[in-house]
Design a protein around this ligand. Structure first.
Ligand SMILES: Nc1ncnc2c1ncn2[C@@H]1O[C@H](COP(=O)(O)OP(=O)(O)OP(=O)(O)O)[C@@H](O)[C@H]1O
Ligand SMILES: [Mg+2]
Length: 246
């Protein structure tokens, strides 16, 4: 888990001992790391540079790939040391696992290819002109079929045992007319409940609620309604097979 005291201590020790560098890798360093890890044979350029991760367009023997590289450092606002190293390898590993689970279940997510440390290679969604647009940036004449497809994808994801932890019009790409779900770093497995099913199912229910509301906010501009409570309770009932939340 990121940010546990033990991890932070060990990271701090490495900082103090000077065995890790205290700066975010540059573009050139990241490109070299991607190539030397064997994730790609060519890096074409940056698709997106965000708060937590950057996404690169790359190629493996000519075939396009998207490579998500988590940032190593985040500034701590809670005082103390100015720089805090997060265990981003863990985030990338989790996103890889959730992507694989959803993809195996037939959900439209970018097929994961490989992960090395905090770098994750997956199918590139887009064409020669650029990456597929985010739903947030797309305007439809008639948005209803797309809304149906999005809700169908959410249901299918649940059947695959996954709840997207950060669903919104920013994390759905419109590719070849279909919705594709990305950014599954906060995804929740609902097929394997471990030792605290109540906790996990509660989190999953809340994430569904939050995600469906975010989608509803986007579709409202077309005067289309999403019945959040009803869809949420159907989905929760479908994965809460032992009735833990009832
Ligand atoms: N497989 C992909 N194919 C094409 N483009 C992608 C792919 N994955 C991500 N992108 C592009 O990169 C952007 C950021 O990806 P993602 O949402 O996974 O990262 P993020 O964690 O939201 O980053 P941040 O929140 O820090 O901006 C997406 O909005 C999309 O434009
Ligand atoms: Mg995102």
């Amino acid at each position: 888990m990121p940010n546990t005291p033990i991890l932070d201590r060990s990271v701090q020790w490495r900082l103090d001992a000077g065995t890790i560098e205290l700066h975010e890798p540059t573009y050139r360093e990241t490109v070299e790391a991607i190539l030397s890890a064997g994730l790609a044979t060519e890096v074409v350029g940056l698709i997106s540079a965000g708060k937590e991760a950057s996404v690169y367009l790359a190629r493996y023997d000519g075939a396009p790939l998207a490579i998500k590289v988590y940032r190593l450092y985040r500034t701590s606002h809670r005082g103390g040391r100015p720089v805090k190293a997060d265990s981003m390898g863990w985030r990338a590993a989790h996103e890889f696992e959730i992507l694989r689970q959803a993809w195996k279940g037939g959900v439209r997510v970018p097929a994961p290819a490989r992960r090395v440390e905090h770098r994750l290679a997956m199918r590139y969604l887009g064409d020669d002109d650029g990456p597929a647009p985010r739903l947030h940036d797309v305007r439809f004449g008639d948005a209803e079929p797309f809304l149906d497809a999005v809700l169908d994808g959410v249901r299918r994801m649940t059947r695959a045992g996954v709840v997207h932890g950060d669903l919104s019009a920013f994390n759905v790409l419109v590719h070849d007319g279909d919705p594709w779900f990305i950014d599954l770093a906060q995804g929740i497995r609902v097929d394997r409940l471990g030792t605290a099913p109540w906790q996990q199912l509660t989190r999953a229910g809340e994430a569904l609620d939050h995600g469906l509301r975010a989608l509803a906010a986007y579709f409202r501009r077309y005067r289309l309604d999403i019945d959040v409570p009803s869809i949420r309770s159907d989905l929760v009932a479908s994965f809460d097979t032992r009735g833990v939340l009832r």
